[in-house]
Design a protein around this ligand. Structure first.
Ligand code: ISL
Ligand code: CA
Length: 544
């Protein structure tokens, strides 16, 4: 049976039918006035996320960006103890309480597993760098310099400069594909692999339901450490800076990564109903390699990122439909899709799509699409409010990744709960955005982004068509529109999206009889077979 067809609901575990909400822990809720969000703060806000009623958002799982002890060189993506909790966020007792309290509400907990690199303050690295014959030397990637003292190869760190750092004491370079404070672990050493597997078991034993896996695509590299070839297409360099001067044939997506992924999966499968979603990039066919092919014995899902890369002019119906169809086609049979509009590394969707009113209108339509496509939706905290990038004054910028402009702080600002913010009683670690956008007011306004998200989420939760149903694009609709059906037995829905800034009239084929307008990102229009979509409007219809 082709992939985009209806799926048997029996095979639907929580991570397939559920909606996953990403929390950047520093920015969701502070409970002790130090201006930094923490886990107790999240516990205090769990009812907002899901109290079992449509007054709440209605999500099924939370993915936390890293919560582990860390010197915070990369705000937690530099882990110095994989089996602890950073004191800024709480302690193990609060983590346990969070897991319990979340589970009481039917919310699953997904932690961020950072396997590619640790912090340079991790005891493993401190040992490894202490001498060349230390037993942990080979836990990281050390190489001799070239003949003139130069780095072993031409690899570039994602955050700029050579990926190799010279160690004066032991007279070798170590590899860091990110900051020099983030040395790459050597997964080709079995002790490392086993130690990292034990990290997964440690958290699953505490009740954690799954892992978002950081930089999944780079945990092993070319064992011969050969140079990356140059990227001949210079246009890429303008888009993405230094990294794009090379083709990452040797330090990304190395062919035997899948073996390591499969072994991670085997460990995760020791526990019932656990889930992995990995950070991978590139074409649909590259992403689906990480699902493990026909056997689906790799990741449960690889992030499907094309929508997070869409800016302003690239937001077209034709392009988005192409992405959707390409991913559906590339998935192995039974492979489950997923959709992402934003995360802690990219501009907020409302800003990317144009900012201001245009950005809001497009973000509303994007939300309707996100929550009606086939596959698991990921929501980045604040997206449900329509939060935009927040301009952060230069002297308050925190993100070390500042190669291209302000870095990632503008999309990491505190959640806006009320007109006063109410994220903290102290000074927030990053400034608030425009506080006229806040949960308290938005919850009272049926036209707000938040109310739209809540309605769509709760509708989706009760809809077999949206959760399990087949996806089929409707052909022959006017340029600038993307229309598709979601059908499961007699639950039949149609989604119509207008990506342009003009009204567009669509003649819906007579075989698809519209009976009821269920949702609009604009205002309620009358029901007819011929529908005129307002600029940037998306609609959801019931079919006869
Ligand atoms: O290399 C890239 C694309 O090919 C980058 O997009 C890179 O993989 C991405 O930035 C990785 O992000 C993740 O790991 C980083 C961390 O700073 C990010 O926040 C995290 O999402 C290092 O751990
Ligand atoms: Ca705090």
């Amino acid at each position: 049976m082709p992939n985009h067809q209806s799926q048997d609901p029996k095979h639907h575990l929580w991570w397939k039918h559920g909606i996953i909400y990403q929390i950047y822990p520093r920015s969701f809720q502070d409970s002790n006035g130090d201006g930094i969000g923490d886990l107790q703060g999240v516990i205090d806000r769990l009812d907002y996320l899901n109290d079992g009623t449509p007054n709440s958002l209605g999500i099924d799982a939370i993915w936390f960006s890293p919560t582990f002890p860390s010197p915070m060189a990369d705000f937690g993506y530099d882990v110095s103890d994989y089996e602890g909790v950073h004191p800024d966020f709480g302690d193990m007792a609060v983590m346990d309480k969070l897991i319990t309290e979340a589970h009481k509400r039917g919310i699953r907990i997904i932690l961020d597993f950072v396997p590619n690199h640790s912090s340079n303050q991790h005891p493993w690295f401190i040992e490894s760098r202490s001498s060349r014959d230390n037993p942990k030397r080979d836990w990281y990637i050390w190489r001799d310099p070239g003949p003139a003292g130069e780095p072993p190869n031409n690899w570039i760190a994602v955050f700029g400069g050579s990926a190799w750092e010279w160690d004066q004491k032991t007279q070798q370079y170590y590899l860091h594909l990110f900051l020099k404070e983030q040395p790459d672990l050597n997964w080709r050493n079995q002790q490392v692999e086993h130690a990292m597997h034990d990290v997964l078991r440690f958290w699953m034993n505490r009740g954690v339901d799954g892992f978002r896996i950081d930089v999944m695509d780079r945990i092993v590299k070319d064992p011969e450490m050969r140079d990356n070839p140059p990227q001949p297409d210079r246009r890429w360099a303008e888009l993405a800076g230094q990294m794009a001067l090379q083709r990452h044939t040797q330090d990304q997506d190395w062919p035997d990564i899948i073996d390591y992924v499969r072994r991670i999966r085997t460990v995760v499968d020791e526990f019932p109903e656990r889930m992995t979603v990995g950070e991978v990039f590139g074409t649909p066919s590259n992403i689906v390699r990480y699902y493990g092919g026909e056997k689906l014995d790799g990741l449960h899902m690889g992030f499907n990122f094309p929508l997070v890369r869409l800016y302003m002019n690239r937001w077209t119906a034709e392009r988005v439909r192409r992405y959707v169809d390409a991913f559906e086609e590339a998935l192995p049979p039974g492979g489950w899709p997923n959709w992402v509009l934003g995360n802690h590394d990219v501009d907020r969707v409302a800003s990317r799509l144009g900012g201001g009113e245009l950005g809001q209108a497009r973000a509303r339509m994007a939300a309707l699409m996100l929550l009606t496509l086939r596959g698991t939706p990921f929501i980045y905290y604040g997206e449900e409010l329509g939060m935009a990038n927040v301009p952060v004054p230069d002297d308050q910028l925190q993100d070390p990744a500042r190669l291209y402009g302000p870095g990632r702080d503008p999309e990491r600002t505190p959640m806006q709960w009320t007109r006063d913010g109410d994220f903290t009683t102290g000074t927030p670690w990053l400034p608030y955005g425009d506080l006229s956008l806040n949960v308290e007011d938005a919850a009272r306004d049926p036209m707000s982004m938040l109310s739209l998200y809540k309605r769509l989420i709760w509708f989706r939760r009760g809809s077999d068509a949206l959760v399990h149903g087949a996806y089929a694009p409707v052909e022959g609709t006017p340029p600038g529109t993307f229309v598709y059906t979601r059908i499961h037995n007699d639950d039949r829905l149609l989604v119509a999206l207008n990506f342009t800034t003009d009204p567009i009239t669509i003649d819906i084929p007579a075989s698809l009889k519209l009976t009821e307008l269920l949702e609009s990102t604009h205002v309620d229009p009358p029901v007819a077979q011929q529908i005129t979509l307002h600029p940037n409007e998306g609609r959801l219809y019931r079919l006869a």
